[in-house]
Design a protein around this ligand. Structure first.
Ligand code: ATP
Ligand code: MG
Length: 572
């Protein structure tokens, strides 16, 4: 068997193995798969073994998202098993025909996507994949005053990061002409009218179940008024309403608004349109245009279901199955753009990607893995029950994935310098980068002029004459305690003594941002960000920007900016 081919195979299987098993491939499994799939490689097992080992090691040095990306580019079909596994949590759909299911995710580009959107998008895409169907990403962009180009991009980036791959991407605003046609059909059929009532009056009437004068106009008048809505001649209060039954028990169906006039520039359409459909109207039409078979949405829309089906009936649209699941609600985390926006406007947080926020951009900076989010969401499933979920649930999944792969380093916070006298020269060779990895962090220490750093918190507990052990090094006996420094004597080897973490003289200055909940008791938590300065062991110079590591005793962190050695704490 050709060696290059062998290496290519080893790389592919190592990637697949790593993606299935939390970022850590097993060389034995890779070897096994090569031999199972290529029986003629049996007579060169030694060589296969060596190559499998080398490739596995290379792949294990990549981050899980790099592994996923690489596998996607080499052979996306190898990802499938993982996706099938991840879909396990979804119950069967009614009336689902394999190959014919079409689902969609319809975000409004009026902010950055958050974990709630991740839930909806993962479920929507999951169902399309489960039935070998199609998944449509549809920007529900019919309110120009709130929407921005930046937000379309943010949604695309967020979904891409989660590994969600739409089969089609489109904008509701591209279908405006078609949507207008449906409006005209309603008007011609006497099912819609232009209303000039002031908004308060309309609300009052709706609550009281009272019909207004505008309702009496005939189809021709309504058509003329509708046309006028497109010109500046019409007052901007004019709206198009559906004519239903003002005494309907469901107030959401009492002559609801279908179109309103919104002046302002649309991020894609510019000033082309002035009359914009409401969510209720556009969703029915768009689901029809996109051939959606199973339409999923959150439970708060329940009262609007009747309207959705009424429009389908009046306009003779395809009937879809409507599936509802609960809105994701997390403790002390705002899962709604309405709640996140004020934090940004008041500059309480740094922006949509502030690591304290449950936005996808924030969670990404925080160091949460996209696969942890998928696992978390699939664990919640599509139940309608509304439970408040704790952020710790997501963190513990993330930790489970990181623990076997994240390299470990020593980092001392608020360092205190300790001078050690009378120590021998020493070479440390037994400090492993990770208990499951062979790589060691080795250090040469010169006994003369030796000093190390210990954490301020540890230093506080030390008294003169205390005998403590510097991990992997030797024991010291404290001889002098000063303001910001200490002195100690070399004290041999007593492994039973209390152990202290330390970093050597040429340590690297680093800082770590530690995040608390962004809300406490419904109010912004003023102490949600703490910055700690400290020293990182010199071996930490090898940490790559974007790499997730573990600081012993501090927690898991991601290196956000290598130039200034700034880390973000992911979780404890
Ligand atoms: P927000 O209050 O954040 O603006 P929204 O529902 O208005 O939320 P959209 O962009 O209109 O946001 O939503 C797109 C899809 O995402 C909708 O189908 C909606 O049901 C879903 N979604 C939004 N927030 C959540 C959430 N917290 N949990 C589950 N699904 C959500
Ligand atoms: Mg919305």
């Amino acid at each position: 068997m050709d060696k290059d081919l062998l290496r290519e195979l080893a790389r592919k299987y190592a990637l697949q193995n790593a993606v299935f098993f939390n970022g850590k491939a097993n060389a034995g499994a890779v070897l096994g798969k090569i031999i199972a799939d290529n029986p003629d490689s049996k007579n060169m097992v030694r060589e296969v073994q060596l190559i499998a080992r080398e490739e596995t090691e290379k792949i294990n040095n990549l981050t899980p998202s790099e592994q996923r990306e690489m596998l996607t580019s080499i052979d996306p079909s190898l990802l499938e098993k993982k996706e099938k596994e991840q879909r396990k949590g979804l119950p069967e759909l009614v009336n689902a025909i394999n190959g014919k299911v079409v689902t969609r995710f319809p975000p409004e580009p009026n902010g950055y996507p958050h974990l709630g959107h991740a839930k909806a998008a993962i479920i929507d895409e999951g169902y399309a994949r489960m039935y070998d169907g199609k998944f449509v990403l549809r920007f529900d962009d019919t309110n120009p005053t709130k929407e921005k180009k930046e937000y379309y991009e943010a949604i695309l980036n967020g979904l891409k990061w989660l590994g969600i791959r739409p089969d089609k991407i489109k904008n509701t605003s591209d279908d405006m002409e078609k949507i207008y046609k449906y409006a005209e059909k309603l008007i011609d059929d006497g099912n819609a009218y232009v209303c000039f009532c002031k908004i308060e009056e309309m609300r009052r009437n709706r609550a009281a179940g009272v019909e207004c004068k505008c309702r009496e106009a005939d189809a021709m008048t309504n058509k003329e008024n509708w046309k006028l809505m497109f010109s500046k001649l019409m007052p901007s209060e004019a709206i198009l309403r559906l004519k239903t039954n003002m005494q309907n028990v469901n107030t959401a169906v009492r002559d609801p608004t279908l179109f309103r006039i919104i002046a302002g520039e649309h991020p894609i359409q510019g000033k082309k349109y002035r009359v914009w459909p409401t969510y209720d109207f556009s969703v029915s039409i768009e689901d029809h245009i996109d051939g959606v078979t199973h339409s999923m949405r959150t439970k708060e829309y329940e009262l609007r279901d009747e309207l959705y089906f009424l429009l389908i009936k009046l306009l003779n649209l395809n009937k879809t199955e409507l599936i509802e699941f609960s809105r994701l609600d997390m403790e002390n985390a705002p899962l709604s753009k309405r709640k996140i926006n004020p934090l940004i406007e008041q500059k309480l947080v740094g922006g949509w990607d502030d690591p304290r926020l449950p936005t996808l951009a924030g969670l990404r900076r925080r160091g949460i893995l996209p696969e942890a989010i998928r696992e978390f969401i699939m664990g919640l499933g599509v139940a309608k029950s509304e439970a408040v979920v704790k952020m710790e649930a997501l963190e513990s999944i993330n930790k489970k994935i990181l623990d076997p792969i994240a390299n470990r380093y020593y980092f001392v916070v608020d360092p205190i310098r300790v001078e050690v006298k009378g120590a021998p020269d020493k070479i440390i060779t037994d400090a492993k980068i990770h208990p499951d990895k062979d790589e060691v962090k080795s250090y040469e220490l010169n006994g003369k002029d030796l000093y190390v750093y210990i954490a301020g918190d540890d230093a506080k507990d030390l008294r003169k004459d205390d005998n403590v052990r510097l991990m992997h090094l030797f024991n010291i006996k404290i001889t002098k305690i000063g303001e910001k420094y200490m002195e100690a004597d070399y004290a041999g080897n007593d492994k039973a003594a209390k152990k202290l973490h330390w970093t050597p003289a040429n340590s690297v200055r680093a800082k770590i941002h530690i995040f608390g909940p962004v809300f406490l008791n419904e109010e912004f938590n003023k102490n949600s960000l703490t910055v700690k300065e400290g020293l990182l062991e010199p071996y930490g110079n090898n940490i790559k920007e974007g790499e997730r590591i573990q600081f012993e005793r501090v927690g898991y962190a991601i290196l956000e900016d290598k130039k200034i050695m700034k880390f973000n704490l992911i979780h404890g």
